[in-house]
Design a binder for this molecule. Structure first.
Ligand SMILES: [Zn+2]
Length: 343
């Protein structure tokens, strides 16, 4: 009898260790990845007000841009892990759509907690957009990263994921547990100490031009600063209208070789507001195959995903709190860049 019990325990351990190998692969070692650091010009926020106003006024009926003390972002509607966006302000582009397209590279699994060593901030606050940790979620998903690390092992993880419900084909929301700080394939983060401080407050209502909110800011900066790279990141509240998003389904079984094939694979939705977006935008790519802009949206009503544009321009309202980055870090840039998949 006892022999049978030992055999059963041995079998159980064997199955579990097998599953832990198959289902929870470890993330890539950060010191094995390419890392490029660039010091950005970091113009004063008052200068950025001047830079973005003309572009925003072309695209929105009502525009206000000012420098304000950051509101407490731990409070509704943001519910973030840290109060502010100040201290060692940095933008990070990790991985690439090249690791998703044309076929997925499942080795590309990263862990945000490894970035502590790369960025050197303590506390370290991260907000941004990427692909979710498929070993935890079970499938491919949209990742809304929001983590605060302080000291050796204190973590506040307010990250979300949105995946496709396999039965209804609708959007399914989930929160990531405190210790799940991995993500896959690609991500674009704004990081800081999360301290209170001055930020840019941009409020735009009633879109009249062709550009979405994030593109309006980025193109305005690009027109003003030219080849100088200016990067902003933070949080955007969207209210009073609907927004087009996508949510990635499970990894494609066939290669996605064109933008059309990519768009046929992605699941698009028109979702209700209020929504909160986290991410970054970069005005110019200094030859690092950067994603120029990337914001992912979450809410307390079940909907979210990758931000494309608003679909009810008459009523839409954006309120953004953004800060300017001092540093840009490019991690694990692919050898070959893709000509699509960065919208
Ligand atoms: Zn995205």
């Amino acid at each position: 009898m006892a022999k049978h019990v030992y055999l059963l325990i041995a079998l159980f351990i064997k199955i579990n260790s097998y599953e832990s190998v198959v289902c929870s692969p470890s993330s890539l070692m950060i010191n094995k990845l390419s890392i490029v650091r660039i010091r950005l010009s970091e113009p004063p926020l008052s200068k950025i007000v001047e830079a973005v106003l003309p572009g925003l006024k072309k695209n929105f009926e009502s525009v206000s841009v000012e420098v304000v003390p950051c509101p407490d972002l731990t409070q509704p509607p943001f519910y973030l892990a840290t109060e502010g966006l100040s201290g060692n302000e940095t933008v990070i582009d990790v991985g690439s759509p090249s690791y998703l397209l044309p076929s997925v590279n499942l080795d590309k699994l990263y862990d945000i907690k490894d970035f502590k060593k790369v960025i050197g901030s303590d506390p370290l606050s991260i907000v941004g957009a990427g692909a979710g940790p498929w070993p935890y979620v079970g499938v491919n998903s949209e990742f809304i990263g929001n983590v605060k690390f302080s000291g050796n092992n204190h973590t506040i993880n307010r990250s979300h994921f949105y995946k496709i419900n396999p039965e209804t084909k609708g959007i399914l929301h989930g929160n990531l547990p405190q210790n799940e700080t991995r993500f896959a394939l690609l991500a674009n983060f704004y990081t800081s100490n999360g301290f209170s401080g001055e930020v840019l407050k941009i409020v735009c209502e009633t879109r009249k031009g062709p550009l979405d909110f994030v593109s309006s800011i980025r193109e305005a900066l690009a027109n003003y600063y030219g080849e100088e790279t200016v990067a902003l990141g933070g949080a955007i509240l969207i209210e009073n209208g609907k927004v087009k998003v996508h949510v990635m389904p499970e990894f494609s079984k066939t290669p996605l070789n064109t933008e059309t094939e990519l768009n046929n694979w992605l699941n698009f939705f028109e979702v209700s507001t209020p929504l909160v977006g986290l991410g970054y935008l970069v005005s110019n790519d200094p030859g690092l195959d950067l994603r120029p802009q990337h914001f992912h949206l979450f809410s307390d009503h079940g909907f979210g995903g990758h931000y494309h544009y608003d679909t009810e321009p008459i009523t839409i309202k954006y309120t953004a709190y953004l800060n300017v980055a001092k540093n840009l870090i490019r991690i694990d840039q692919p050898k070959k860049s893709l000509s699509f998949g960065k919208d």
